[in-house]
Design a protein around this ligand. Structure first.
Ligand code: PMP
Ligand code: GLU
Length: 452
């Protein structure tokens, strides 16, 4: 006889499948939505450091290209339009010394969607540095993969070391896993770190010797702050590296949803592209054609767009470095950022004082900061670290806000003035919210120090 419970379940008009049960919203998007709601009901000044995106004004050439392309209303090719794939291949050659052809490039609706396709389609389990970007592990699980964390050392700026990789693989295999790919991200989200050339060579060499695919997420490559050069493993290990990037960060167009992947120029590389095409053809059909047309402009030679990208990198470098200096001055541990718009401060020196405030974990720390100090940041656990770790990811992109503006038009004008000044090196550093952030963090630490 069927139990009442079973009968009721069977007759439910709507119920979730196993994959969806307990599937949370991605931590980044969840905090962004929470803060948007909080802002509506809270007059107090909120420091939103929980979400990373570039919200600099769109370059006018891209705006024009998109509006000119509005009439491309038909579906396009699944792998992306040839014009764009060609533009990306020559862009990578011109700007990064990466040799590739248009047939190695595949376009998708955001690099996130392409990461999902890859993790769904490639064979084997995923090696993931700890910490690493919030979405890799959930995407890997959605793709049916086992996630194998690779430990990094905060004192070594969370750099991946070949010895640690080798030992992790040895133990994982012993445990029945089948590690076949490693995701790396430089500049890194959440740490702001970048590999130097030697690091990249060592990782590429190790991956080649083990037959591991390197999935190299280079979405922040153009936003290197200037003291460390971005180096791609694609240069050293072209037969085993998949390079991923897109419009979101470099061209301040996250909402446009356009990413790309470059696959090796091998028979298997082509098979992987065909598999992504097959998956894409069933899930997203094509990436919006007007956006692809506008992206051609972004990746074609254009002095003004190149200057804009350089200026964006300088601005994010400036605000991130400034906040980093405050962290160091007040006694927070933090590695120097090299690219992107993230810092990964460690509050371990304040553990005792935080305990007196009822804070024992990274999650409790982020709740405490939000409730008591109006600071939104994501805990280390969202990036795959242990709960007890008192590190946070603070994004610095929201500090790039001009003061004394009242309308979106005034904001845009002020930001263009700043972008121009940055290029001429006479930037007056006028970000009131950056000063506010420095003051607020200093206050938090003063309060904690008095508790010690
Ligand atoms: N990788 C990293 C490390 C990111 O921070 C982001 C931004 N969310 C992405 C990939 C995805 O970018 P998109 O899907 O907008 O191309
Ligand atoms: N890249 C952003 C972040 O890590 C958010 C966008 C997203 O997660 O898709 O905060």
């Amino acid at each position: 006889m069927e139990s009442d419970h079973k009968k009721r379940k069977k007759n439910q008009p709507l119920s979730l499948g196993i994959t969806a049960q307990g599937l949370p919203l991605s931590a980044t998007l969840a905090i962004d939505e929470l803060i948007a709601k909080k802002k509506q009901t809270n007059d107090e000044r909120l420091l939103h450091m929980g979400f990373g995106e570039s919200s600099l004004p769109l370059h006018p050439a891209l705006r024009k290209a998109l509006s000119d392309a509005a009439t491309y209303t038909r579906y396009g090719p699944v792998r992306g339009i040839l014009e764009l794939r060609q533009a990306i291949a020559s862009y990578l050659g011109r700007t990064r010394g990466i040799t590739c052809e248009s047939q190695q490039v595949v376009i998708g609706p955001g690099s996130k969607a392409l990461i999902y396709a890859l993790l769904r389609l490639l064979e084997g389990d995923v090696l993931l540095p700890s910490p690493s970007w919030v979405s890799y592990a959930p995407i890997a699980r959605l793709g049916g993969k086992r996630v194998i964390p690779v430990q990094t050392d905060p004192e070594d700026h969370h750099t991946l070391r070949a010895e640690v990789l080798a030992e992790t693989v040895r133990l994982a295999k012993k445990d029945g896993a089948n590690p076949r790919m490693l995701i790396i991200n430089s500049p890194d989200n959440p740490t702001g770190g970048m590999f130097d050339e030697e690091d990249v060579k060592a990782i590429a060499e190790w991956a080649r010797s083990e037959g591991i695919t390197l999935i190299s997420d280079e979405i922040y490559a153009e936003l290197a702050h200037g003291w460390r050069k971005h180096v791609s493993p694609f240069q050293f290990y072209p037969e085993g590296t998949i390079l991923l990037a897109g419009l979101s960060k470099t061209f301040s167009a996250g909402g446009w949803r356009l990413g790309y992947a470059v696959l090796p120029a091998t028979e298997t590389g082509e098979k992987v592209i065909n598999a992504i095409r097959a998956l894409g053809s069933e899930v997203w059909s094509t990436t919006a054609t007007p956006i692809q047309k506008a992206a051609v402009e972004a990746y074609s030679p254009n002095k003004s767009i190149e200057k804009y990208v350089k200026a964006s990198a300088k601005i994010f470098g400036y605000t991130t470095e400034e906040l980093y200096k405050t962290y160091i001055d007040v006694g927070i541990l933090c590695a120097r950022p090299a690219g992107g718009f993230y810092l990964y401060p460690d509050f371990e020196p304040f553990r005792k004082a935080l305990e007196k405030e009822g804070v024992r974990s990274g999650k409790e720390l982020s709740t405490y900061l939000l409730e008591k100090w109006n600071i939104a940041a994501l805990p280390a656990s969202a990036f795959g670290e242990e709960d007890a770790v008192l590190r946070l990811r603070t994004s610095t992109n929201t500090l790039v806000e001009p003061g004394n503006v009242h309308t979106p038009q005034e904001r845009e004008k002020a930001l263009w003035r700043i972008l121009d000044e940055v290029l001429e090196d006479n930037f007056d550093h006028d970000f009131p919210i950056l000063s506010f952030a420095k003051e607020r963090w200093t206050k938090v630490i003063k309060h904690l120090t008095n508790k010690r």
